[in-house]
Ligand binder design. Structure first.
Ligand SMILES: [Fe+2]
Ligand SMILES: [Fe+2]
Length: 247
């Protein structure tokens, strides 16, 4: 577990080592403000039990007010039904365009509409006492309706699959130290899954006015420090991907 921020009232924890070997590694993130928590991209069924156990060692899971799902992939939302059983009061936050498909994850007699906070295409704010988490659109990176989450207290941007790296097992590292050497672990994923350079530039434009010290993607190493963040944004702005590469 990485503790990325702690000022006594506000904490940010990232769980990086819960994915079984041979399965795409996922990062699970918890923001805590006083006695309330927000869980971001909790992973699928393969991480569910391990995450519950690790979270419980840090924070009472019944105090998780929201679970934020940046998009609809199995490695993000695969355990949503189990989460609603484990912590029934929690609100499910997900892009509005995916809301209509969510009932497929639940038994047919389970009404869940009142438990959902749909995020419109323009984004939203989520309040945790005095802190306002910003839900920032990241459409088509890689999913329609995808969003990122910015925490202004820790200055951490939770970017979903943007900045994801697939590092060979046994060579994993928590933080990107050498950006040039790290690019090869991001490149093929972004070229294949991200929709287009236009979408990448739009997202970089969306976040250009916010103060980002750390980017935590849903997979792989954390991008920490303004230099590394800048290098990444420049790389992403210039990336040809998705339909740009369609022959
Ligand atoms: Fe994804
Ligand atoms: Fe992912």
């Amino acid at each position: 577990m990485l503790k990325l921020f702690d000022n006594g009232i506000h904490r940010v924890l990232v769980f990086r080592d819960l994915t079984p070997k041979g399965i795409v590694q996922t990062n699970q993130c918890l923001i805590i403000e006083k006695d309330k928590g927000v869980l971001i991209d909790p992973g699928g069924r393969v991480t569910f039990k391990a995450l519950i156990s690790k979270l419980s060692g840090e924070f009472p899971i019944t105090r998780i007010e929201y679970i934020l799902f940046t998009h609809q992939d199995p490695d993000v939302i695969g355990a949503v039904a189990s989460w609603k059983i484990a912590i029934p009061r929690t609100k499910i936050v997900l892009p509005s365009v995916w809301m209509r498909f969510l009932p497929h994850m639940f038994p047919p007699d389970k009404g869940i509409e009142e438990d959902i906070v749909p995020i419109d295409d323009s984004g939203a704010n989520i309040k945790l006492y005095e802190t306002t988490l910003k839900i920032i659109p990241s459409h088509f990176l890689h999913s329609p309706g995808n969003f990122s989450v910015y925490d202004p207290v820790s200055k951490i941007l939770f970017s979903g699959d943007i900045g994801a790296s697939l590092i060979p097992s046994g060579q994993d590292y928590d933080f990107v130290e050498d950006f040039d050497a790290h690019v090869k672990y991001m490149e093929s994923f972004h070229k294949r899954y991200m929709a287009s350079n236009k979408a990448c530039r739009k997202w970089v434009e969306e976040i250009k006015d916010i103060d980002v010290e750390i980017i935590v993607p849903q997979h792989g190493a954390v991008l920490k420090g303004r230099d590394i963040v800048e290098r990444f944004l420049e790389w992403l702005s210039n990336l040809k991907c998705g339909v740009d590469l369609l022959q």
